[in-house]
Design a protein around this ligand. Structure first.
Ligand code: GLA
Length: 388
């Protein structure tokens, strides 16, 4: 990172104010958007996220006891937990659960985890589907691993952070968000095979192609997200069992008609069709980006949205409206990003049309009486790291 970092300065200033000394170090981890490949991660499939410039910064110093004191600027509160709390999944709830979850996952993997004092400052908007929880997990994990000189290869970190979320915080997410926050590289999207965890950094330079990725926060109130997410995951896993494959990743597009014919529930058939076609769209997107044809990914994004809306049924009127308005205003493609039931929409637009497309979405929202959207344009940022 170059230049002044206001988040890091704020985290350090808060640390000195609360704990009366300078922190031993500062670490940052980003939120993410997913360019394409939704609800494919827990089906052993493919995803293509990139890291946002928005990040969570942790300032921290180790202490000699198994005690963690954590202050969060966004939450406006300080919490404390000890080794007993960290040892019991679910004991610390709310935002602190992601911190305690990382301590739990490290201890559970047999590592010696230093107690610590921490402050957390973030500009990743919470509740917008931009993985603020993964950013917090990744920042805390990176900090504690450094402070404790824990021998934890970067390859193994996403799964550890995912366990914090799955087991400690109780959200049955896949590995995409934690992998994105930990492994992404500036200027690149992360092509991840969620079965083998093989990854490739795919150059993604929308600006160089005269384009921009507009991120529109639908502001839709989250509706039963965890329950609906778990239900989608359960439907996919039961479909894989019914088809006799380890995961839906093993159903190819060529094999899709035969697979669908073997399932008798129409809802389950549509869930399967989404996952299988979405994996294929990720592969086609990667091929187009490798060939340097950024605008051509637009129709794949739009097809992905239709699949999430009609087959996976995870969109809501606010996100559908944002996609339709962006496309009408000339976007090359648009789709919801993230788990669904609200969250953000990505639109691939000409760089000089960012304001026009955002205005069109804002006008469509006003027509329908929705809370006005907020938006920004995003280029791929860096993954988790210590700050100088
Ligand atoms: C959430 C989860 C991810 C992934 C996406 C959908 O962000 O945390 O693991 O399943 O939804 O693609």
């Amino acid at each position: 990172m170059t230049g002044p970092n206001p988040l890091a300065a704020r985290a350090a200033a808060a640390f000195e104010r609360l704990y009366g000394e300078a922190p031993a170090g500062r670490w940052a981890a980003p939120g993410r958007v997913n360019l394409i490949g939704e609800h494919t991660d827990y089906n052993d499939g493919f995803v293509l996220p990139f890291a946002l410039p928005q990040r969570t910064v942790v300032a921290a110093t180790p202490v000699d006891a198994p005690l963690w004191t954590v202050w969060s600027e966004q939450a406006g509160e300080q919490i404390t937990f000890d080794g007993t709390d960290a040892g019991k999944p679910g004991q610390v709830t709310g935002w602190g659960g992601y911190v305690a979850g990382v301590v739990w996952a490290l201890l559970d993997a047999g590592h010696q985890v230093p107690g610590a004092r921490l402050t957390v400052v973030s500009d990743v908007p919470p509740g917008a589907g931009l993985s603020s929880s993964a950013a917090l997990e990744a920042a805390v994990l990176t900090a504690l691993a450094d402070l404790g000189r824990i021998d934890l290869p970067v390859d193994d970190r996403p799964a550890l952070a995912q366990r914090a979320e799955n087991v400690y915080a109780g959200m049955p997410c896949g590995i995409m968000d934690q992998a994105a926050s930990i492994r992404c590289r500036a200027g690149h999207a992360l092509f991840l095979d969620c079965r083998s965890l093989a990854l490739e950094h795919i150059p993604f330079d929308a600006a160089g192609a005269g384009l921009a990725v507009l991120v529109i926060d639908s502001r839709a109130p989250h509706r039963h997200v965890t329950g609906e997410y778990a239900a989608r995951r359960a439907a996919c896993e039961s479909a894989a069992r019914a088809l006799g494959v380890p995961a839906l990743r093993d159903v190819t597009t060529d094999g899709l008609p035969v697979a669908l014919a073997r399932l008798d529930d129409d809802v389950v058939r549509r869930r399967v069709r989404h996952v299988v076609t979405e994996n294929q769209r990720v592969l086609e997107t990667v091929a187009l980006l490798r060939a340097g044809d950024v605008p051509a990914i637009g129709p794949l994004m739009t097809a992905s949205h239709a699949s999430m809306r009609d087959d996976f049924e995870i969109t809501v009127p606010e996100v559908d409206t944002a996609v339709e308005a962006a496309l009408s205003a000339g976007a090359y493609g648009a789709r919801m990003t993230g788990g669904g039931f609200g969250g953000c929409v990505l639109a691939l637009v000409d760089a000089d049309r960012v304001d026009a497309v955002a205005d069109a979405v804002t006008a469509a929202y006003a027509d329908r009486g929705f809370t006005p959207p907020v938006w920004f344009s995003a280029a791929p940022g860096a993954g988790a790291a210590a700050l100088p």
